[in-house]
Design a protein around this ligand. Structure first.
Ligand SMILES: [Zn+2]
Ligand SMILES: [Zn+2]
Length: 587
């Protein structure tokens, strides 16, 4: 997909090196470029997730990434959070484009919820990234059709001009194909944003990060570097993907029976390795889990993974093959109860249960907080007589995010004047900042930002945080964004703690009750004298209702009166505050 508005230039026409870091300018009289660049993180700087950074220069806005966060909050029934974009919405006509670094959910996941509100600006990313976005927005009916004309595939060599922004790209290693870092140039500043990255000298099925290009940007002069802080507390380098592949291969080779590998569907590089191993070791592959199937199809479509005909088998056919000829790839490495691995460890999953002689390899890091769920699952697997290899200690897993030494390399290549760590909790950002100071960034040039901070400046006067506006992530509930406020959350908490009482009334057209009120409780923990209490509630409801009718209250007022008075009465009896719901039916 070519964008007609986008001028693509060949890199050869670019100024080669070092023109004071800016575009080559004629030496005769011409006023120096004016204006400050604003860098505004809307997420990703107080958490791992909801990555989204806005860049603003004069009347133009560029967005980098539009990610989702997973709720670590103990909220009830809330599954995700997205960046607060109220800063951008009134200015949406000025948004020239969104550049997406790679296809992970914490960078693309908010598209379905926010892209419409942002006015469908053009979107740029590598082929794989764009395909992941398509898949993601397709979950909302009709949305893909509207977004499709706005999606533009870029290659690493492309130069994209979006208003005052000039974008150039560089490949980095991570854990998903075709990750691009970006160099953003405006007339008065140059910024490099790495995206999620590590340096892997022996990556699998992709080139090594483009050191040459990163050095070139560094030589031109970079004012601000925004870099991935996920592993800023970890010393050294992560294990190379090649070593992990070798270890996985050995582990699978040693198994005499069936092998089941649990991993994340987002670790597309890992899926590639496992397919290769299966081919080599002559095992058929069964895929378990919806997202795993989807990702694999996509990876095949773009030609990243080639699956020989006859390699894949259905889960229901697993038992028809000799155990030594089967490899099952599954989701659920975090012990998620609804995912395939958990299911097959405790019950039947599409005709298959983990059994004696199986070897389960968990090739994924346990996310803090999931330890208990993983342990329960491992126990279930062991109980069934299967063995479990958890890979942290055996190097069966590696991180897609660089450790301190990778971070130092990036800093040394880019040589930024100002450094703004991103993609991490505040503590991670600070640790990354310390690493930067070690390799020569001035301490006063560290920018530890929070959501909604406006970092402003240019090449001549430098950069600093000038202000901060409130910017709280929005909660996604179902398909609605930001539609549940604190009231609803309070209700859910109340319900979880005290349960619910439902009062159902049936009345005729003269508003006379046709039967005694029906009282139902759910999760209401006061069971001791439950029957008595329910009778008491029912009697009281009748009295309150009669009184309300006499007072001529309308239906809503009656419901309110019932909820309030019954609430008071229940509290007096039980010292509990369940949610009271009143249903009034007229027949
Ligand atoms: Zn990522
Ligand atoms: Zn990320």
């Amino acid at each position: 997909m070519e964008n007609l508005e986008t001028k693509k230039e060949v890199p050869a026409q670019e100024p080669k090196l070092n023109f004071g870091g800016l575009e080559k300018r004629p030496t005769h009289k011409r006023t120096a470029p004016q204006g400050d660049l604003k860098i505004i993180p809307l997420g990703g700087v107080e958490e791992i997730g909801i990555n989204c950074t806005a860049y603003e220069y004069n009347n133009d806005i560029l967005i980098v990434d539009l990610g989702l966060g997973f709720s670590e909050f103990d909220y009830y029934g809330i599954d995700a959070v997205v960046p607060d974009i109220k800063y951008l919405v009134p200015k949406r006509k000025r948004i020239k484009g969104i550049f997406v670094t790679h296809g992970h959910l914490d960078h693309i996941g908010a598209f379905p919820y926010l892209i419409e509100e942002l006015g469908f600006p053009p979107v740029y990313g590598s082929k794989f990234t764009i395909e992941m976005i398509k898949q993601r927005v397709d979950e909302i009916p009709g949305l893909l059709q509207r977004l499709l004309p706005k999606l533009h595939v870029v290659e690493e060599k492309d130069v994209v001009k979006l208003g005052s922004f000039k974008l150039e790209f560089f490949h980095v290693n991570h854990s998903i194909p075709q990750c691009l870092g970006v160099c953003i140039q405006t007339p008065t500043a140059r910024v490099v944003q790495t995206g999620d990255f590590k340096f892997d000298n022996t990556p699998i099925n992709e080139p090594v990060a483009n050191f040459g290009k990163i050095v070139e940007f560094g030589n031109r002069g970079v004012d601000v570097l925004l870099a991935d802080s996920t592993n800023s507390l970890k010393k050294g380098y992560p294990v190379s993907e090649s070593d992990v592949a070798k270890n996985l291969e050995d582990a699978i080779d040693r198994a005499e029976g069936r092998v089941i590998v649990g991993t994340f569907s987002g670790l597309v590089g890992r899926l590639y390795q496992l397919i290769q191993i299966a081919v080599k070791q002559k095992r058929k592959v069964a895929i378990a889990g919806f997202s795993m199937n989807k990702t694999l199809t996509l990876a095949q479509e773009i030609g990243y993974i080639k699956i020989p005909p006859g390699l894949l088998i259905q889960m229901k056919d697993v038992m028809r093959y000799d155990p030594s000829q089967v490899l099952i790839l599954t989701t659920g490495a975090q012990g998620e109860p609804d995912a395939a691995l958990s299911k097959m460890s405790s019950e039947d999953y599409k005709g298959y249960q983990i059994q004696k002689g199986d070897k389960v390899i968990i090739s994924a890091k346990t996310i803090p907080g999931n330890d208990r769920a993983v342990q329960l699952m491992v126990d279930n697997i062991t109980r069934r007589g299967a063995t479990v290899a958890q890979l942290d200690d055996l190097d069966l897993f590696t991180s897609g995010h660089g450790y301190q030494e990778d971070q130092k390399i990036m800093l040394n290549l880019v040589k930024p004047k100002f450094f703004m760590p991103v993609h991490g909790y505040q503590y991670f950002l600070r640790a990354h900042g310390e690493t930067a100071v070690k390799v020569g960034v001035k301490r006063e040039n560290l920018i530890i930002a929070q959501r909604g901070c406006v970092i402003e400046g240019n090449r001549f006067k430098g950069f600093k945080i000038t202000r901060k506006f409130p910017c709280e992530p929005l909660i996604v509930s179902g398909s609605g964004v930001g539609d549940i406020g604190t009231v609803v959350l309070k209700e859910r908490e109340q319900m979880a703690n005290y349960g619910m009482i439902i009062i159902s009334l049936m009345a005729d057209k003269d508003r006379k009750l046709t039967r005694s009120p029906f009282v139902l409780t759910r999760g209401f923990v006061y069971v001791k004298k439950n029957q008595e209490l329910i009778q008491y509630i029912s009697d009281s409801v009748e009295k309150i209702y009669a009184g309300a009718i006499k007072d001529g209250l309308d239906n809503n007022a009656i419901k309110d009166a019932l909820s309030n008075e019954i609430g008071r009465l229940v509290f007096k009896e039980t010292e509990r505050e369940p949610i009271i719901m009143t249903i009034l039916n007229y027949v």
